[in-house]
Design a binder for this molecule. Sequence first.
Ligand SMILES: [Zn+2]
Length: 597
Amino acid sequence: MPLTTPLTIEQLNAATPAEFVALLDGTYEHSPWIAERAAALRPFASLAGLKHALVSVVRDAGQGPQLALIRAHPELAGKAMVSKTLTAESTNEQGKAGLTDCTPEEFARLQQLNADYNARFGFPFILAVRGPRGLGLGRHEIIATFARRLGNPVDFEREECLRNIHRIAEIRLNDKFGVSPELGNRVWDWAEQLAQHSDPGYAERGELTVTYLTDAHRACAQQLARWMRQDCGFDEVSIDAVGNVVGVYHGQDRAAPRLLTGSHYDTVRNAGKYDGRLGILVPMAAVAELHRAGRRLPFGIEVVGFAEEEGQRYKATFLGSSALVGQFDPAWLDQVDADGVTMRAAMQHAGLCVDDIPALARDPARYLGFVEVHIEQGPVLAELDLPLGVVTSINGSVRFVGEVTGMASHAGTTPMNRRRDAALAVAELALFVERRAAAVPDVVGTVGIVEVPGGSINVVPGRCRFSLDIRATTDAARDACLHDVRTELAAICQRRGVAVVLDETMRASAAPSDPAWQARWERAVAALGLPVQCLPSGAGHDAMKLHERMPQAMLFVRGLNAGISHNPLESSTNEDIELAVHAFADVLEQLNTEPAA
Ligand SMILES: [Zn+2]
């Protein structure tokens, strides 16, 4: 609790430059120049706007002042102390945060990491030790982060230090303003609790894996349903015939078209805690706020926790959202998992009635549209130091598996100009894909699998299997890239005297955001006092399925650790999540006040 009166944005906006600097004293370590320059950027619309202005000042200052800022911080390892009383009780205090209670081994490890870090980077290791929830990281986490970041490239690590400095400043500003992101905390805690459920084989290792209809998966569904009912005040909560959790918060008029929103609660193997789940929990927090205030909007809100998006247990993906658009393919029911269990059997075991699946298709006339909140799963927002971004389009994609056939021959006796090397043809293709995709903005191409079956150290590769994945913001850009790749592949094969077979395994159309819905997210972000950043989504999302039936638009939330995803390092702060809840609530208010169409 702050001892003095909390600071306000109005006070900062009205202050003289000198007062402004004094009021922000201590936000950035020994670096009043940041506040001095930010003073000229006033007025600020919000605390989020102020934080962003401070971040911009540091970014625009260039590398010299940035390094000086990093060096103004004391070494983290300097705070480490060996515990004086290494009793059984104190060593068992796993939850205890901070570095003041190290074992001698931990202390020695920290000192070594610190020495290695300084030798490699020449600046001190900076970590926001209060962490993404503000409660403090444990010694374990601190040491693991230290060790991991030691392997970063220098420029990347300098940026990572700056991001941590901004997080430290953010927490200090919250203290000065006497604010705490209660809604962000709530969602963060839900995500943490939901992550307690994990499939066997992963749970034991502390890894998060929740695949379709496992015990952990069904426990997640039950948990979400309970929160919706008991903590959030949804009027109707059910688990549907494919395992989707559906919560409805009625509007004043139960017959009025509803807003549809949600995302998936299944995960990839060894996943992060936010992919998909954020898009269920953020709307839940917004509904809980409406319920708490006893408010009913002119429209209902339907939040869906989609049972399956990631295609981990069965080959089919987007099972949950496919059912809502009437595209659940009955043939999927005969797919088998790694243990030979059919999807049909898994569904029966879970008490789901497959006969009811066709009835899950939603009538678009009963919905205003679909919105989805999702962690970005990429580095764009982290690099721009922005907590939120508005999605312009979900990339269209196409995938192939291929095989080049040349001639296996003796590596010692086959002259270089007589070879028909299948692997080199694929190598050439991969380099072309890289060059061609990079030549156009928002096109990406990947050769993710390159394999020489039965390859040998002394044999020129006679066969080479490969994969090809091309994605772009528009189908036209994707197809143009694919056309050039096919042409080049034919030329490579002709020149090298090899043959190729290319099989298309997947094709998805780009899903551009509906302009009116994208504009609502943009207004919501602007209303928070933040710059509006639009970006395409490189990954597929449930929204691309709903896109086939109704207008859709997505909001992205910045990820920590440079936006890494499908990885346990995927993370988000209570502060960024709080902003996402506010943005979602703002969209609700816009729909509330917009004249009916
Ligand atoms: Zn996802």
